[in-house]
Design a protein around this ligand. Structure first.
Ligand code: FES
Ligand code: FES
Length: 406
């Protein structure tokens, strides 16, 4: 598709299809849910990704594995274009007053909601965890709320309401009420059983649309902003040759806040979230290669998995860099932000409060930077040259990073 042709926006919300022929890329997912779809359960609090009141779950088809993945996001800073051909699940989609979801019942039973403003956000954060991990440990349950704030209930009743969903065995849960794993097994039966088989499914119509090859270079044009979505590195570089000064956007966790001030406007924005060939992580004997599209949450999961492989070795230098990076990611914002923001975005914004620039610099990490007809490598230390300044030239994009085991 030429970048002058505009595509209709297709989004599924709680299983229902919405098509907008003239989607304005400046609209956020939160405004779409509340004003266009008319569901008011998802709340607007801070409007900048800090409080979690607007948390919803996004279902996205992994086009390689053909399996959907689910993750929580802050709808207040998610541009509507970022959920094109995705499934959005809001608090109304999982239960209602007559048939509440087990999470909603537990929060009510444990008096974990007072004014209730934050509650839909807490519900959806916990829902995202259970969709991926039906039997989490208590520690995993506590960590799932690191992007949600409550101003009036206090966190003790909220945490207590999550306990019925925990299993001391975590992912090794026998799913059989404490009768399945021999002597080690500890029962985790409770009144609020989470039943994954009853969850809202990925819309079959959307799966069919995606199967038909609908995920391709798309463009949305609003009154002030053009939003371009390439699906491969080559398409990205072609787009950047046409628009060398376009703003690259992925999680929108930095650009979204900038735009909110109203003092800046990026009239051409290129969304990177659909580029599959920049989403890989390779572990080698001397280090790891990470694509620019890898989110912080995916990187953290991959690092944890890899580090655990070295656990039985008494001394393994390979894990030092990995542990250093993993330990920084843990303190990076909340789950909803880490689910969509990328390490490359954090570096490219060259923020003085970047969580990753110091650790990647001392790890002597090397960036790969592509232009349409150019390729160069540079250390993270040399890449950042000042306050919000990098060596990135018009038409270039960071495509991967090599983090050596040193
Ligand atoms: Fe606070 Fe979205 S409204 S994170
Ligand atoms: Fe009031 Fe959480 S219940 S803000």
């Amino acid at each position: 598709m030429p970048v002058s042709t505009t595509a209709p926006l297709i989004v599924f919300v709680n299983g229902y299809k919405y098509v907008d022929e003239k989607a304005d890329p400046e609209m956020t997912l939160l405004v779409f849910i509340r004003e266009v779809v008319g569901l008011k359960g998802t709340k607007l609090g801070c409007g900048e990704g800090g409080c979690g009141a607007c948390t919803v779950v996004v279902g996205k088809m992994n086009l390689r594995t053909k399996r959907p993945i689910h993750y929580s996001v802050n709808a207040c800073i998610t541009p509507i274009g970022a959920v094109h051909l995705k499934h959005v699940i809001t608090v109304e989609g999982i239960g209602n007053v007559r048939r509440p979801h087990a999470i909603q019942s537990a929060l009510a039973a444990y008096h974990a909601s007072q004014c209730g403003f934050c509650t839909p956000g807490f519900v959806m954060s916990l829902y995202a965890l259970l969709r991926n991990n039906p039997k989490p440990t208590e520690h995993e349950l506590e960590e799932t709320f690191d992007g949600n704030l409550c101003r009036c209930t206090g966190y003790r009743p909220i945490l207590d309401a999550t306990k019925p969903f925990a299993c001391p065995m975590g992912s090794k849960c026998c799913q059989n009420g404490g009768k399945g794993n021999g002597d080690d097994c500890k029962p985790c039966n409770s009144d609020f059983e989470y039943d994954p088989s009853q969850e809202i499914i990925f819309p079959p119509e959307l799966a069919l649309i995606l199967d038909g090859g609908a995920m391709k270079l798309s463009v949305f044009r609003g009154p002030r902003v053009k939003w371009i979505m390439p699906t491969s590195k080559d398409e990205l570089l072609d787009v950047l040759r046409m628009y060398p000064n376009a703003k690259l956007v992925n999680g929108n966790t930095e650009v979204g806040i900038e735009l909110k001030s109203g003092k800046v406007l990026y009239d051409v924005q290129v969304y990177l979230g659909n580029i599959q060939d920049l989403s890989d992580i390779y572990f080698m004997s001397n280090g790891m290669q990470v694509g620019a599209n890898v989110t912080l949450a995916d990187l953290q999961r991959a690092l944890k998995r890899e580090i655990s492989k070295f656990e039985s070795l008494p001394c393994s230098y390979q894990t030092r860099s990995m542990e250093a990076v993993e330990s920084m990611i843990r303190w990076f914002a909340g789950n909803q932000i880490r689910n969509v923001s990328t390490w490359a975005g954090n570096l490219a914004t060259a923020s003085p409060i970047s969580d990753l620039i110091p650790v990647l610099s001392v790890c002597q990490a090397q960036l790969t930077i592509h232009g349409k007809n150019s390729l160069r490598r540079q250390s993270v230390k040399d890449f950042v040259v000042g306050y919000r300044k990098t060596t990135l030239r018009p038409g270039e994009a960071v495509t991967s990073i090599f983090i050596p085991f040193n």
